[in-house]
Design a protein around this ligand. Structure first.
Ligand SMILES: [Zn+2]
Length: 142
């Protein structure tokens, strides 16, 4: 007796026992084998799917989740950067100086972004200058 994995013309898969491969060939030729789901007689041997070890599969799933999480964070950071770039003037390392000018009404208020040192950032906070630190995604890192 041999067990065959069979598939009908509508992709239903099922298993069937035969006395030998000759019996299978004869029964298929005589359309005596019908799909148990739809009754179709266009039966073919289905390829046996190799079984993948569950351990390897698990590892793959985990790394896929980490990747998608990381991609999501990057996506958010990109949006933040784009939002700032679209709505703010880049003042580079002059950020602290420009922020003060705006704070003390020396120039027309506008949104700016740029870089500043830890010390300058602390000084600005103490002076009551309103600003926010954002995680910055380098442009070349994409
Ligand atoms: Zn079928």
């Amino acid at each position: 007796m041999i067990l065959y994995n069979l598939r009908c013309a509508h992709d239903h898969e099922f298993e069937a026992w035969f006395k030998d491969s000759n019996t299978y060939d004869k029964q298929v030729a005589a359309t005596k084998i019908a799909c148990p789901v739809c009754g179709n007689t266009g039966i073919q041997k289905a390829p046996m799917a190799p079984r993948i070890g569950s351990g390897a599969q698990k590892e793959q799933t985990n790394s896929t989740i980490d990747q998608s999480k990381f991609a999501k964070v990057r996506e958010v950071m990109k949006k933040v950067r784009a939002e700032i770039e679209n709505n703010c003037d880049y003042v580079g390392p002059d950020f602290a100086e420009e922020a003060r000018k705006i704070h003390y009404d020396e120039v027309d208020p506008r949104n700016i972004y740029g870089e500043t040192s830890q010390d300058e950032a602390r000084a600005l906070k103490e002076e009551g200058v309103d600003f926010t630190r954002v995680p910055w995604l380098p442009r070349n890192d994409s």
